[in-house]
Write a protein that binds this ligand. Structure first.
Ligand SMILES: [Zn+2]
Ligand SMILES: [Zn+2]
Length: 243
């Protein structure tokens, strides 16, 4: 057996033997349960509602074709954006386990949920190439992995997308966006990315993959670079949408 195979088997065995708890409420999970949430918390995950902005995918509880921002200025560099879920407390806990407690194994489960929701959006069916939003190498080293890359790989495998690995990279390590306003986020992200290999993106319809979409400033900035490098069209698909 190869070393990788043995490690995988070891990990599987550990997962099978260790008691596992719901990532949100901490309840013990049944040992046969493959979901990382207990059934009650899993039932509270919120799929993106039917009524969303046609451009940016923002939930619109009162209906309408587009949200106020997109009506004013159009979706920018992205043709459209969609997400599998609304970013609610249960999903926040899941993502927290995934990103900060090195629960890489969650990528497979989250990726398969993303693949399941993907079929809800025929408007994305043409985008057959997937590219993850790159992390700066310093941040990726710190965390041990790029969560967007793991999600993109898990999704691509299940949704039959062709994964463009290493198509883009970060030119600089941008400060975290969490506390910034929409306009400041835009400035913060300007020039943050570069296309590493234009041949990978030319004339292709590309789907950018990330964990959470908030103002879309990161995705928009990456889409700009892909378009400059010759991509035919660029859309985005994320695990979660922050309303
Ligand atoms: Zn729970
Ligand atoms: Zn919108």
């Amino acid at each position: 057996m190869k070393k990788g195979t043995i490690q995988k088997a070891g990990k599987w065995l550990l997962n099978a033997l260790l008691p596992r708890a719901c990532a949100h409420c901490g309840t013990d999970l049944h040992y046969l349960e493959s979901a990382p949430l207990c059934p009650a918390c899993a039932a509270r995950l919120e799929p993106l509602p039917e009524l969303v902005c046609a451009a940016c995918g923002l939930p619109l509880p009162d209906g309408g074709a587009t949200c106020r921002d997109c009506r004013g200025r159009g979706p920018g560099q992205l043709d459209l954006a969609r997400s599998a879920f609304v970013f609610n407390p249960e999903l926040r806990s899941l993502l927290h386990s995934f990103k900060y407690r090195a629960r890489e194994d969650l990528a497979a489960w989250l990726g398969s949920e993303m693949a399941r929701s993907f079929t809800r959006f025929p408007e994305l069916a043409d985008y057959s190439f997937a590219a993850a939003v790159p992390l700066h190498p310093a941040r990726s080293r710190e965390r041990g992995f790029n969560q967007a890359e793991l999600l993109a790989a898990a999704l691509a495998e299940r949704a039959n997308l062709f994964l463009l690995r290493g198509a883009a990279r970060r030119r600089r390590n941008t400060p975290t966006q969490t506390a910034l306003s929409r306009d400041k986020r835009r400035v913060n992200m300007a020039g943050a990315f570069e296309v590493a290999d234009p041949a990978l993106v030319q004339d292709r319809k590309i789907l950018l993959i990330d964990d959470v979409a908030t103002t879309l400033s990161t995705l928009d900035e990456l889409a700009r670079e892909f378009r400059k490098a010759g991509a035919k069209a660029v859309a985005a698909y994320t695990l979660a949408r922050e309303p």
